[in-house]
Design a protein around this ligand. Structure first.
Ligand SMILES: Cc1ncc(COP(=O)(O)O)c(C=O)c1O
Length: 411
């Protein structure tokens, strides 16, 4: 059965992780993997998570099955966070939420739902986008197309190009939009851009699929949901994939949800039965432990306040590194061409250099990033930000220096 299966190339990120681990140089810097790191380089368990987990374990009386929809109180908490308490779609009972194994699970269940409801629809995905969007959505058999999103030369969003593309999309097509903290560019739609995009979606009768994986990493929990709420206010049908991997640091617990907003309550009920059947046919039921922790935090005012504080610290650390890296790059180069790093949002920015520079950064300077030059800003520490800036400049000038002039002062 398996004799004709050739060995696949290793996943780009996993390959990079292995190379980083094997590098003995003490100066090495990991900007590749998409996880938050604190100022000691750790991906911590949040204090609110530890406390909620203790409560969950103390109260737990069974490990019996949950249900295909997951925990009801988690799903309600997700709706509160994403749409708010009094969103029209909720009051009219048009929004349904199903817990899923992480944001990836939610994206895949959403893709399967689209395939059942509209098998000929094309899903339009931004260029660039998070690498896993392609197999997650394409793997369900849907046709994918790409819309321009980012002006790489100017290091900013090109909403005009995006709108022009949407003007050509066929009615009934789906448009995947990053709700905040675009991965990998850090370039987000402004309030006005959202309105323009919604106008196009409405006029062209396109269905938005919003990926909300970084709620709270941009501005705060409320502000980062503003685009999603506005889309769900103005359009009758919306899919939303949400994840608690990053903002609760629950990566390996696989906590996410798919929200589907429908035209009316009867449709919502019918659509929900399809989502549950899809879940049953893939993994039957989502894992419970992480969702139980999340639901405990959502419902407990004290834990929730602590979460908001910890989220603000994570966000502040990333913003701080953005600021410092841009400042050191300005200092080393004498120009402000890298200032865009400071103004973008979320964990990622594209440095905007070619593959040879990425390879030189890795081989000569022990700085690891993906081939598209995506940097995880949370991978930089105060003790090596100068080293990173100098290395970036040196790697861009290969003939002058194989290594930066100054050794990094390390904390
Ligand atoms: C844009 C985007 N969407 C979705 C996810 C899914 O995250 P998870 O499945 O870990 O919850 C990620 C994770 O990196 C992401 O970057």
């Amino acid at each position: 059965m398996f004799e004709h299966l050739d060995r696949l190339d290793p996943d780009a990120i996993l390959g990079l992780m292995a190379q980083y681990r094997a590098d003995p140089d003490p100066r090495k810097v990991d900007l590749g993997v998409g996880v938050f790191r604190d100022s000691n380089g750790n991906t911590p368990i949040l204090d609110c998570v530890r406390r909620a987990e203790a409560k969950v374990l103390a109260a737990q009386t069974t490990k019996s099955y949950v249900s295909a929809a997951g925990r009801e109180e988690f799903n309600q908490g997700v709706l509160d966070l994403v749409l708010g308490h009094s969103h029209r779609a909720r009051l009219e009972r048009r929004a349904r939420t199903v817990q899923a194994p992480g944001g990836c699970g939610a994206l895949r269940v959403g893709a399967e739902l689209i395939r059942i409801a509209a098998p000929t629809a094309t899903v339009h995905v931004s260029t660039p986008t998070w690498g896993n969007h392609i197999p997650l959505l394409g793997g369900s058999g849907l046709r994918l197309a790409r819309y321009p999103y980012y002006d790489a030369a100017a290091h900013r969003l090109d909403v005009g190009a995006m709108l022009d593309h949407l003007d050509q999309a066929a009615a009934g097509d789906v448009v995947l939009v990053h709700a905040c903290c675009h991965n990998p560019t850090g370039a987000d739609l402004t309030r006005a851009d959202w309105e323009a995009v919604i106008d196009r979606l409405e006029r062209r009768r396109l269905v938005p699929f919003l990926d909300l994986a970084y709620q709270g990493f941009g501005e705060d929990l409320e502000a980062d949901a503003a685009g999603v709420r506005r889309v769900a206010e103005r359009l009758p049908e919306v899919l939303i994939a949400t994840s608690y991997s990053k903002n609760l640091g629950l990566y390996r617990e696989r906590v996410g949800a798919l929200i589907v907003v429908n035209e009316d309550e009867a449709r919502a009920t019918a659509v929900e039965t399809h989502i549950l059947q899809i879940a049953r046919s893939i993994y039957s039921m989502p894992p419970d432990h992480g969702a139980a922790i999340a639901a405990t935090i959502f419902a407990d005012p004290e834990l929730r306040a602590s979460w908001q504080d910890e989220l603000a610290l994570m966000r502040g650390r990333i913003q701080g590194m953005r600021f410092l890296l841009a400042r050191h790059l300005r200092d080393v180069t004498g120009h402000d061409a890298f200032d865009f790093i400071q103004h973008q949002r979320g964990m990622f920015s594209l440095l905007g250099v070619g593959k040879p520079v990425v390879e030189r950064l890795r081989d000569a300077h022990h700085i690891y990033m993906t081939q598209d030059s995506r940097m995880n800003l949370a991978g930089i520490m105060e003790g090596n930000v100068r080293y990173v800036a100098e290395s970036i400049v040196a790697a861009n000038r290969p003939s002058q220096a194989a290594a930066p002039r100054h050794r990094a002062e390390r904390s």
